[in-house]
Write a protein that binds this ligand. Structure first.
Ligand code: AMP
Ligand code: MN
Ligand code: MN
Ligand code: MN
Length: 288
């Protein structure tokens, strides 16, 4: 095992239990093959893959932390909160996630109706072909379908031209409240981490409010090194972690071998100035 900072921990990625394309077992294989020593599968609003992920990790001799990524609405924007090291069978967590997932089908039908208005019919059925978990239809599945039918060349182009605020196919949605998401995670024995903070387009005041309220609810971590951050943003959020006294996390946000620009386990190490979140989670790590 490496020194804490240098450990190859990948604590953010997706399987086909949410909007990734690989099974939990295949994600485990890929993580292990890339040298990951501590792994967490963090499917959106779902813990349905946790027992499989843990079993697959242990079969490979890899340590495991339970994980999820909860969709939250904060200051009228969507924020993602990663939960790590919780009991995946905790009833309040399981129920909270089910409620958070609940509106996805209605939203998807409304998205498809809006896309039909700009000449893209059949998108609900088209997106469904890519869905591994009928409870979890996401914009990613729409993006894959829109690439399939040639509307766009790749999923990133889809998110530039469609499915985002002000663009066709965008349907505003109210996700979980920040305080509830943090409470479900911590109530189940885990720790809450703000995912990819540079992605939110918040003003400095809004970002300050996010971290302040997050801490007030009992949140303890922030992603510093993620596939969604530039090198300059690693530094910036390492500073934020110190300013707010937050633990730092590291995760690729891997979804698919061809779509994802960051592969499992290949990110730079956390800067030496921060405390890795896994140091506080030693008692929650499920050892192989
Ligand atoms: P949803 O939870 O249905 O709103 O879908 C959110 C998912 O869409 C994220 O977790 C990403 O996987 C994907 N996504 C969002 N924005 C982008 C983007 N600009 N490029 C590629 N994928 C994106
Ligand atoms: Mn995703
Ligand atoms: Mn996210
Ligand atoms: Mn993610």
């Amino acid at each position: 095992m490496s020194a804490p900072h240098l450990m190859n921990a990948d604590l953010h990625c997706h399987s086909n239990v949410s909007d990734g394309t690989l099974t939990p077992e295949a994600v485990a294989q890929r993580a292990h093959g890339n040298g990951v020593e501590l792994w967490a599968l963090t499917d959106h609003d779902e813990v349905g893959g946790q027992h499989r992920a843990r079993a697959a990790a242990h079969a490979l001799g890899m340590d495991y932390l339970t994980g999820t990524e909860i969709s939250v609405t904060f200051a009228d924007k969507t924020v993602h909160i990663v939960g790590l090291g919780f009991d995946p069978d905790d009833p309040d967590l399981v129920q909270g996630l089910a409620a958070t997932r609940g509106g996805r089908e209605r939203r998807a039908r409304d998205m498809a109706d809006d896309l039909a208005r700009v000449g893209i019919p059949g998108a609900f059925e088209g997106a469904l072909k890519y869905v591994g978990n009928p409870d979890l239809i996401s914009r990613t599945h729409f993006a894959r379908y829109m690439v399939e039918i040639g509307v766009c060349g790749d999923p990133h182009e889809v998110f530039r031209r469609y499915l985002t605020e002000g663009k066709p196919g965008f349907v505003p949605h109210r996700w979980a409240r920040l305080g509830d998401a943090v409470k479900w995670i911590t109530g189940a024995g885990g720790v809450a981490v703000v995912a990819h903070p540079a992605r939110y387009d918040f003003s400095p005041n809004e970002e300050y409010a996010l971290f302040t309220e997050f801490k007030g609810h009992g949140g303890v971590g922030v992603e510093v090194v993620t596939g969604s951050h530039t090198a300059a943003e690693y530094q910036r959020y390492a500073d934020v972690a110190r300013e707010f006294d937050l633990l730092a996390s590291r995760g690729s946000d891997f979804h698919d071998p061809t779509e994802s620009h960051t592969d499992l386990g290949t990110l730079p190490d956390l800067p030496g100035t921060v405390t890795p979140v896994w140091e506080a989670l030693a008692h929650r790590i499920l050892r192989a």
